[in-house]
Design a protein around this ligand. Structure first.
Ligand code: DC
Length: 237
């Protein structure tokens, strides 16, 4: 069988895993290396959470929520390269969505069916043509089940909390309380793994990578190695 005639789009790479596993950094670097679109789906859930709060929407009310969603547009500026802005209805929320306040409410908002359906549809539109590496919780299991390469990236909770602390402090958010942060991540893990719709799950055909003790670059190299082994040469971009 000649893959070239069967493939209607460019390859898709799905990277899923819990908070702080290094997904974002790894995904960005892979996108840059392959010149793929980089899609941070968590940023979409965060942007919606920010806007729901700002507009004081009662999201438990289905009618109110649906009417709100029908007017939402989420876009990313500069898809490739490592920096991108997240825009929701003309509001640049790139930094506003990284606060602990948003982190603590986003899981519960991400468990609402209408919200997931809306965002999954948007994500599929962005990835329609392929040539994309997307990161999240349900990319391999739900958003792009036909992705050519699925990675489940994880790390122990201590390792992840340590990384998040460094990240947030580097962003200028002051000294972060490690215990509180770890608890926050544990809670988010629990919510993400246990929600009814599209829980965080390792897709059956995903390759699991535990990143404890590895440098980001080593993880990126490993994934690229698997990519080059998996994707037929003529389809590699
Ligand atoms: O990756 P992150 O920390 O920015 O994600 C924020 C939240 O969004 C996370 O708690 C779970 C949710 N999320 C999700 O439910 N599905 C995705 N595909 C991406 C994120």
């Amino acid at each position: 069988i000649d893959h070239v005639f069967l493939m209607k789009r460019d390859p898709i790479i799905a990277i899923d895993g819990p908070a702080g596993s290094g997904k974002s950094t790894v995904t960005k670097l892979i996108a840059k290396k392959l010149n793929f679109i980089f899609l941070d789906t968590g940023a979409m859930y965060r942007a919606l959470s920010w806007y729901l709060l700002k507009e004081k929407i009662n999201y438990e009310n289905h009618e109110e929520l649906n009417s709100f969603l029908s007017d939402i547009s989420i876009t990313f500026q500069s898809f490739t390269g490592s920096n991108q802005n997240v825009i929701i209805n003309d509001h640049n929320v790139t930094e506003k969505i990284r606060t602990q306040k948003i982190s603590s409410i986003v899981s519960s908002i991400a468990s609402i069916r209408e919200i997931r359906e809306f965002l999954v549809k948007e994500q599929r539109k962005i990835g329609e043509a392929g040539g994309i590496v997307a990161e999240g919780r349900d990319i391999g299991s739900k958003v792009f089940p036909n992705a050519e390469l699925k990675i489940f990236l994880t790390a122990t909770i201590d390792e992840r909390a340590k990384r998040r602390k460094n990240e947030l402090e580097a962003m200028g958010q002051g000294t972060i309380d490690f215990k509180k942060l770890k608890k926050n991540i544990e809670q988010r893990d629990f919510d993400d793994y246990n929600r009814k719709i599209s829980p965080l799950v390792k897709a059956e055909d995903a390759i699991e990578i535990i990143s404890d003790g590895y440098q980001i670059n080593e993880v990126v190299e490993k994934i690229l190695e698997i990519y080059y082994e998996t994707i037929p040469k003529e389809l590699q971009l």
